[in-house]
Design a protein around this ligand. Structure first.
Ligand SMILES: Nc1nc2c(ncn2[C@@H]2O[C@H](COP(=O)(O)OP(=O)(O)OP(=O)(O)O)[C@@H](O)[C@H]2O)c(=O)[nH]1
Ligand SMILES: [Mg+2]
Length: 942
């Protein structure tokens, strides 16, 4: 083969029975299968080639439907092996029948084989989950001949609200599939199939679409038939003798395209199968073992193991200890047996490798997921903070974790030793039974000492304590009373079933994503008691919520508990809610927690209790009407000295919190509104911060790039280099800067430059110019770009230069100006820089270097441009030898006769004096000797 024959399809039966043997699953197997009409027959049509006809003929059946074979073969195989208890066929009314069928099944078997299509497997498992059958007492198997969804979706995910439950349920499922053919030969064959499909049938395989195993099996079948025909012909036989040819094909062994093909003595193929199991961490099915048809051997894949649900280390027994109906005469007392069974139900047990914890990797960094095993193995000395390799990787006693795809709260417990005794199991059973809107769900626990931790429902808003302390959250009185209402409901429920809490504190009142308060850390006293008890500040702080009569016996907070003790704790929480502070807020500045506790226990008269002044009530009540007063009144009753005087939670519910959350819908809307208000103000604040930050960074960019260029860059545009026909470039430089630096400290130099450039910067702000850069003591300014301004650039620069000389008389600067064409563009990506290129820049720089202190050295180009205003007084200097440029006619700009409207010099601080730095520099004089060659007219002046 052959397309899987009846025998082959019976092979899953041998896999199952083999697994029974290997895994101690012996009896009690049940098959649920779909009716023929439910199965897609189109997929079976591929099983129609000659060879299968031959087979069909041999068996005397005509249109043999492949998927029927699956069931028939499976059933037949299981019956033959004697492991089948019963078979149930679906009648098509799937939804309804799932639960009923499973309930029925539970009375006969512990192993259920689902021979149904993928979507129905999901329905069954979801129903099983609801019935509590996926916690490890039952094993489910389904047969998906092909891995990879060939018959449709076979995974747990359906993108609906039941995905979480489905994922958990699928942990109880093992899947049997054909072992995929592998190797180069099959790959080449698959490529050839793809090419032929395209060429002959215009069919293109989509990305990732596998070539069906059947096609390879047909190929091998035809090959086998060919061998049989050849042999018949060689021996002079009749090729129309089907019986003879078929016989020749039996009991053969050859290497086909799908691997090692073995046809047994009755014509069945011994196929190899893979057993797949859901990895609870990744949520994907992975091959954990193979079943080899040849020698019926079961081989686990190295490093993989079946994850039995419910923390089991192995498969469930095929028959429950007290029988399927709890009627085993060996088990005395059915009820007791049931309780025992519940105690022994370990579906709450969590394996460390199933939990990933979020560990922050530093301030502002998003948390990374780590295996809890890896994080918790670190030494206990770290107590609340456990470091992993780097000190920034910490895990506190409470951490957010990921378990079976859900976020959970992980609470680490420091235990050196843990006895899984009846008391502990009873507490766990009690905690598992707790289920109320206002209690945080217990999910599971790991008790692999020293790795002990508890998983509970994760409440994203933190504890009541966190919420009260968060200034960003506005808590109006309606909202506060809803929280009080939730505490009372949760406590009424717990007192009605589980009993006293003992650790009722604001840190154990958690707030979920919908602002519903849930009581946490109830029960589990044995499990949650740390081995080492230290009477430190935290110990006494936690006792602030403990009723005085319980303090003496509280070896650790919560060790002693009573119903009325919880009411006292509730009273203290009320103080916290009213004041948004506390507990014992008005004493904490002057007393330690230990002192407060001793006062409380001293039975003083009146009893030592939190005090809230009239003023505080008024302030707290702001807008809340009588709510604050009402709550404080209740608090006083709750923390009464005599426990009997305290009301019970039922009484509080009936008499004191009337009107709190009376209307569910209103309350829900109120909570949502409160949440939306909080969000709104938070968003507003953040938006404000963001736009401030944006403005800041824009300003910064405008400082380093011309505004239009910066805007282009911010818009993500590429700034193209541009050439400008004529601009005016200004350079200035401090005379003797090098000597100055040598004679001063770096700090003095920085101070000087800062003062000087601040003055320059102030001045240039009045002109249409752009500061290109400052390099050390050189200052470069340009006008006429990036926005052109006609010929104004020469005028703007010259007026600015005059203003600068005027403003900085205390410094000795040299200024050079030249006009001409330049090219400008942005260079660099990391620190974009707006640069000018061209000879004009070099010439302007030379004009500065050949100038004189406190004089403005103009090129002939600039002077010519100035003429049009007729207000600039220029003195011809003559021809100057400019390095690299030859001789050029230059001028000194003396002053401007037009009244200067811009006030660069007015309002300026007087230029700073630097007597130490400039002790010997003389004031400018025309007679100053300069080391440049000055050539007097006549030359170009003519
Ligand atoms: N966001 C969030 N925070 C939680 C959750 N559970 C606990 N916490 C936080 O973790 C802190 C410490 O919790 P625990 O380890 O239970 O310690 P505790 O509540 O102070 O003391 P005990 O419960 O009495 O041991 C709480 O105060 C909360 O701020 C949760 O589900 N969600
Ligand atoms: Mg807690």
């Amino acid at each position: 083969m052959l397309p899987p024959s009846e025998g082959e399809l019976a092979a899953p039966a041998s896999v199952v029975s083999r697994m029974h043997r290997l895994r101690n699953l012996r009896k009690g197997t049940r098959v649920i299968k779909e009716k023929r009409s439910d199965l897609s027959s189109s997929k079976a049509t591929c099983a129609q080639p000659n060879l299968s006809n031959t087979l069909l003929k041999t068996r005397g059946r005509r249109h043999w439907q492949y998927d029927i074979l699956v069931n028939v073969g499976l059933e037949w195989g299981l019956r033959k092996k004697g492991v089948l208890k019963a078979v149930r066929e679906l009648d098509g009314n799937e939804r309804e029948s799932c639960e009923a069928l499973l309930k029925d099944v539970s009375m006969y078997a512990r192993v259920v084989i689902l021979s149904v299509r993928g979507s129905l497997v999901r329905e069954f498992l979801l129903a099983a989950h609801t019935l509590g059958m996926t916690r490890g007492d039952w094993a489910f198997l389904d047969v998906e001949i092909f891995q990879g969804g060939y018959w449709g979706e076979t995974g747990w995910a359906a993108d609906d609200e039941r995905d979480t439950a489905a994922r958990a349920a699928y942990e109880a499922l093992l899947r049997v599939s054909l072992k995929l053919p592998t190797g180069d030969r099959f790959d080449e064959f698959a490529d050839a199939v793809r090419a032929r499909a395209k060429q002959h049938y215009n069919y293109s395989f989509s990305d990732g679409e596998e070539v069906n195993f059947f096609i390879g099996a047909f190929y091998d079948g035809v090959y086998l038939l060919g061998m049989a025909l050849n042999e018949t012909l060689t021996e002079g036989g009749d090729i129309r003798d089907g019986r003879n040819i078929t016989k020749r094909m039996w009991g053969r062994d050859f290497h086909g395209i799908t691997g090692h093909v073995r046809i047994d003595a009755v014509g069945d193929r011994d196929a190899d199968y893979a057993i797949l199991d859901l990895d609870p961490v990744t949520g994907k099915f992975e091959v954990v073992a193979f079943f080899h048809g040849l020698n019926s051997s079961y081989k686990p894949v190295a490093g993989k193991a079946i994850h039995w649900p419910g923390g089991r280390r192995g498969p469930p027994p095929d028959t429950p200890r007290c029988g399927f109906l709890w009627n085993d005469p060996m088990c005395q007392g059915g009820k007791q047996a049931r309780i025992d069974a519940e105690l022994n139900n370990t579906s709450w047990r969590v394996r460390p490798e199933e939990v990933l914890v979020e560990v922050g990797t530093g301030i502002g960094a998003s948390p990374a997921l780590h295996s809890i095993n890896e994080v918790l193995k670190y030494p206990r000395e770290y107590r609340c903070s456990i470091y992993l390799g780097t000190p920034s990787l910490t895990l506190s006693s409470f951490t957010v974790g990921l378990y079976k795809g859900n976020r959970v709260a992980v609470k680490k417990i420091h235990r050196k030793k843990l006895d899984l005794n009846k008391k502990l199991l009873w507490e766990i059973k009690q905690a598992r039974n707790v289920s109320h809107e206002n209690t945080a769900r217990f999910i599971g626990a790991c008790v692999d000492c020293p790795l002990v931790f508890v998983l509970t429902e994760y409440c994203p808003k933190g504890s009541l304590k966190d919420v009260l302390a968060n200034d960003e959250l506005q808590l109006d009185w309606n909202f506060r009373t809803s929280l009080v209402h939730d505490i009372v409901q949760g406590m009424c429920y717990l007192h009605g079933g589980l009993g006293a809490h003992g650790k009722l504190r604001s840190s154990n009142c958690l707030i979920d994503g919908r602002f519903v308060l849930k009581i946490s850390d109830y029960g589990l006293n044995t499990l949650c008691t740390p081995t080492d008890l230290i009477k430190d500040d935290t110990y006494y702080y936690k006792l602030l919520w403990t009723a005085p009569e319980l303090v003496a016996s509280s070896i650790y907070p919560g060790a002693a508990a009573s119903l009325k003790g919880d009411v006292y704790s509730f009273g203290i929480i009320l103080e916290e809610i009213v004041l948004r502070a506390g507990p014992f807020h008005n004493y904490t500045n002057t007393m330690s927690s230990k002192e407060i506790v001793s006062h409380v226990c001293a039975r003083e008269s009146p009893p030592f209790r939190p005090v809230v002044s009239v003023g505080e009530v008024g302030a707290a009540a702001g807008g809340g009407g009588g709510a604050a007063v009402e709550l404080l009144d209740l608090a006083e009753r709750c923390w009464a000295e005599a426990a009997d005087d305290r009301p019970s939670f039922d009484t509080i519910n009936a008499n004191y919190i009337k009107g709190y959350c009376d209307n569910l819908m209103d309350d829900l809307l109120r909570r949502m509104e409160q949440y939306a208000n909080n969000l709104e103000s938070l968003v507003e604040e953040k938006t404000e911060q963001l736009s401030l930050e944006k403005r800041r960074s824009e300003e910064l960019l405008y400082q380093v790039l011309p505004r239009p260029v910066a805007q282009q860059l911010m818009a993500g545009e590429v700034v193209q280099p541009e050439s400008f026909e004529c601009v005016t470039v200004y350079f200035s430089d401090i005379v003797g800067f090098t000597e100055l630096c040598a004679a001063s400290t770096p700090m003095q130099v920085v101070d000087l430059l800062n003062d000087l450039y601040s003055t320059f910067d102030r001045i240039i702000g009045f002109y249409d110019v752009y500061k290109v850069e400052t390099i050390g003591d050189a200052y470069m300014v340009v006008s006429g770009l990036p926005e052109r301004n006609g010929d104004l650039h020469a005028r703007e620069i010259c007026l600015m230069a005059l203003a600068i000389v005027e403003a900085v008389r205390g410094f000795v600067v040299r200024i050079g100006v030249h006009s001409g064409p330049v090219c400008a563009g942005v260079v660099g990506v990391k620190m974009p820089h707006y640069c000018l290129f061209g000879d004009t820049v070099n010439t302007a720089s030379r004009m500065e270097s050949t100038g004189q202190p406190l004089r403005i050295h103009l090129s002939e180009n600039t002077r010519a441009l100035l003429d049009q205003w007729g207000t600039f007084v220029v003195e011809r200097r003559g021809e100057v030898e400019l390095k690299g440029r030859g001789r050029m006619l230059t001028h000194w700009l003396l002053h401007c006769s037009e009244p200067e409207a811009r006030p660069p010099t007015q309002g300026l601080q007087p230029p700073p004096q630097y007597p130490i730095l400039f002790p010997t520099l003389p004031q400018p004089a025309l007679s100053l000797q300069v080391p440049y060659l000055v050539v007097e007219p006549p030359t170009l002046a003519a």
